[in-house]
Design a protein around this ligand. Structure first.
Ligand code: PLP
Length: 419
């Protein structure tokens, strides 16, 4: 009986030890398991990319009360990269990675000094990619400083026409091609002395030699990933956040991706939802939507202002038809002036504490125009593209505005004919 007693005691001790070991490892892993459960239940976002999109839809109280409509706006300035373009940057990179046109370690190139470049520079590292931005050298220095701080390589080129091979957009396209050439040479060079290859590449490609894993030109104007970012996400979010009950959507257009993606999605869900463009001065889109041509007869005869983008608003207005804009489903268009956008931005600051950029202010001008057209009782949605923080040196600079005769003076919404 003694051996049986001994082995029973041994089993009991071993079981206790095992149990306490399991308990202690379970306890030590508990935070990790909880974290995983939270990730699965979406309480915790999985990295930066998960924090993009699903922005709040907020009621602009002042405009809603003044118009008798529900004026709602997607707070896109709350995206981590500070603008609606984060969605586009993610979609462009994910589609390119999915198709194999871009590989981790590769470089995304873009010719842009605006929000898209900042968003690409913000999200590229999350995909293990690099970002190369080409900008005209007359662009404010703080723009390239932001991009460089984000880790992008910034190439400043002299400003020339889009038809010139050295226009910044054409250079960006070429840089992606050069990176691909380089990658293909590296692939073919199996067995070649690595040091010698690097020396040759350095000599032949200079700065570009660091992009040996190939490149992809983001091409936000013509790449329909831009449209799809809004068709597949921003549009559905608006649809659900309004309880599938809205009457109109309005926004300005640069590439046209936002307006096209959202308008097409909403009109497919409910063809009675009216979608409108609000167009800044100097842009040809108003004419395109209302008359079917980019230029009126008078404008075509050379009476156009010297600078076709004769507006202080940024990122909106264009004089060519992009593939993205062509996807839009529109019921009409309005024109908005710079003065209205400036006044609107100050009105929103004073009444709602909303500090928004110039395109967002223009969108809100559009929302009021739609409210006046449709009358009280309608739900109208628009976009707050970015924050005023990006617009301190122009749109929010008193001296700059005064030089352009745009000093705001309204106390209410009288600039839009509302008392
Ligand atoms: C700040 C800002 N708002 C609005 C837009 C216009 O959006 P979309 O290009 O989707 O027409 C842009 C485009 O670059 C932008 O940078």
């Amino acid at each position: 009986m003694a051996p049986a007693k001994t082995s029973g005691a041994v089993i009991a001790v071993v079981s206790m030890a095992l149990l306490s070991y399991l308990l202690s490892t379970y306890r030590s892993k508990l935070p990790l398991l909880r974290m995983r459960r939270c990730l699965l239940s979406k309480k915790i976002g999985n990295g930066l990319i998960d924090a993009i999109g699903n922005t709040p839809l907020i009621r602009i109280n002042s405009l809603s009360e003044a118009t008798g409509c529900e004026i709602l706006a997607k707070a896109e300035f709350l995206n981590p990269g500070g603008s609606v373009k984060d969605r586009v940057a993610v979609k462009i990179i994910e589609e390119a990675l999915g198709s194999g046109e871009l590989v981790p370690g590769g470089v995304v190139t873009e010719g842009s000094a605006g929000s898209t470049a900042i968003s690409l520079a913000t999200v590229a590292p999350a995909y293990g990619c690099k970002c190369h931005v080409v900008i005209p050298d007359d662009v404010a220095i703080e723009k390239s400083q932001i991009l460089e701080a984000l880790g992008a390589t910034v190439e400043r080129v002299r400003p020339v026409s889009i038809t010139h091979r050295d226009h910044y957009v054409n250079v960006a396209r070429r840089r992606a091609m050069e990176a691909n050439e380089l990658a293909s040479k590296e692939r073919k060079s199996d067995g070649t002395d690595a040091k010698m290859l690097q020396q040759n590449n350095d000599r032949e490609y200079g700065e570009m030699a660091k992009y040996s894993r190939g490149g992809f030109f983001a091409d936000q104007f013509e790449n329909l990933a831009n449209f799809r970012a809004h068709y597949e996400a921003t549009g559905p979010e608006i649809w659900e956040q309004t309880g599938r009950n809205l009457h109109a959507f309005v926004a300005a257009a640069g590439t046209g991706g936002t307006l096209a993606g959202i308008s097409r999605f909403l009109q497919e869900k409910n063809p009675y939802i009216k979608c409108f463009l609000i167009d800044p001065p100097g842009s040809g889109l108003f004419n395109k939507v209302t008359r079917g041509v980019m230029y009126t007869k008078e404008e075509a005869e050379g009476r156009r202002l010297k600078n076709p983008f004769d507006t202080i608003t940024e990122g909106i207005g264009i004089n060519r038809l992009t593939k993205n804009f062509m996807m839009a489903e529109l019921d009409g268009a309005f024109r908005g002036t710079d003065m209205e956008a400036v006044e609107m931005s100050r009105f929103l600051l004073r009444n709602d504490g909303l500090f928004v950029g110039s395109s967002s202010a223009m969108n809100c001008v559009g929302a009021v125009r739609v409210a006046k057209l449709m009358g009280p009782g309608h739900t109208i949605v628009t976009i707050l593209c970015d924050s005023g923080m990006r617009h301190l040196s122009k749109f929010y600079d008193a001296q700059y505005l005064s030089q352009h005769g745009l000093t705001p003076s309204a106390t209410g919404l009288e600039f839009l004919g509302l008392g």
